[in-house]
Design a protein around this ligand. Structure first.
Ligand code: GLY
Length: 352
């Protein structure tokens, strides 16, 4: 088992390894005396992992109550949030009781947001079961629900008090979903860990998720420690995301997040090469790692459509949006761009 410490304002450990679902109760008991624990999960995760997680927490003395909701992004809503809060209130949860999010990003974001507002804030545990949640959403304290006007528009920065990642869960993921998580791992290699790119492109990947997740979480933890509220250094995690979000929207979400981020990273890297920002050849190295996971490397949308959409991104500040451009494999920089620059940069990235 690996342990990564996140030095946020409220520090916490991330445990990463095989078989940790069965050890979740013991690990939680290192931090908490027995108390009530609401185990939040969607119906699919409940049938795959719910009973074992419940048994583990119960054996460690926690009084577990399960909250099960319908799988899918539609559950990341005010309606589901409200149901969860009412569930806690009806069962007389107090501020010292615990929530535990067992599942992917939807579950983690919903549970974390509920924890941030229930009785003005209580603690929660993240138990990611997808690669994407393990390397991204379970660490760093971004919680949210979606609104009609867009994704993640209502939420809070609210750090978990513990993250327990059972890498064995990844074996149950459909190949396309695993690849989407791998796109985020490739992102970490591009922004700060060049050796990881080789690991990801190699044949040994299925045997080494524990190590890969550890490396990604070490990087995320370092960035979160510098800039917990995403005003500066943390923006580096958005490499490929501004264009990626535009692609997701233009495809009406048929292109999945990780696939869109893969295309977005390629557009930014090809643009950086054209601009002389980085040496030629970086995009080939990136494409090699993405292709190892059958991730797309070419973007089918034109620059105008991407730029128009990118400028509606919630991370825009006035007339500027901060792009992330690579200098080398393992080194990226923030690059503030105006709307006109953005369109030109995307054109270069697409070879238009
Ligand atoms: N998912 C990007 C971040 O946590 O900042």
């Amino acid at each position: 088992m690996k342990i990564v410490e996140v030095a946020a304002g409220k520090p916490y450990p991330v445990y990463i390894g095989g078989g940790l679902n069965d050890r979740a109760g013991v690990l939680a008991a290192l931090r908490y005396s027995p108390r009530k624990l609401a185990l939040v999960m969607d119906r699919n995760v409940a049938s795959l992992f719910g009973a074992r997680a419940e048994a583990s927490f119960s054996a460690a003395g926690f009084r577990v109550e399960k909250y099960v909701f319908e799988p899918g992004e539609d559950s990341k809503s005010f309606e589901e949030l409200s149901r969860l809060l009412e569930f806690l209130a009806e069962r007389e949860y107090g501020r010292n009781d615990l929530l535990a999010a067992l599942g992917g990003g939807v579950t983690g974001d919903l549970t974390g947001f509920a924890a941030s507002v229930y009785q003005r804030g209580c603690e929660y545990i993240q138990l990611p079961t997808t690669l994407l949640a393990a390397v991204d959403s379970s660490v760093g304290g971004k919680t949210a629900v979606n609104m009609r006007a867009g994704k993640n528009l209502a939420g809070a920065f609210w750090q978990p008090s513990l993250v327990i990642c059972d890498c064995d869960a990844f074996a149950t993921l459909p190949a396309r979903e695993l690849s989407c998580g791998a796109a985020e791992c490739v992102k970490y290699s591009m922004i700060g860990n060049p050796a990881l790119l080789g690991l990801l492109a190699g044949d040994a990947v299925p045997l080494r998720w524990e190590e890969i997740v550890e490396r990604c979480v070490i990087q995320k933890a370092a960035v979160v420690a510098l800039d917990e509220r995403d005003t500066d250094a943390r923006q580096i995690l958005n490499f490929g995301h501004t264009i990626g979000h535009a692609i997701e929207h233009l495809s009406k979400f048929k292109v999945l997040h990780g696939e869109a981020v893969a295309m977005g990273m390629m557009v930014m890297t090809r643009a950086a090469e054209q601009m002389g920002f980085c040496a030629p050849g970086i995009s080939s190295a990136l494409a090699g790692a993405l292709s190892a996971f059958d991730l797309p490397t070419d973007c089918p949308y034109p620059a105008d459509a991407l730029a128009s959409h990118a400028f509606t991104d919630k991370k825009r500040r006035g007339d500027e949006i901060t792009l992330i451009l690579p200098r080398a494999v393992g080194e990226c920089e923030l690059y503030p761009a105006t709307v006109n620059e953005l369109r030109e940069i995307i054109r270069m990235g697409l070879g238009e």
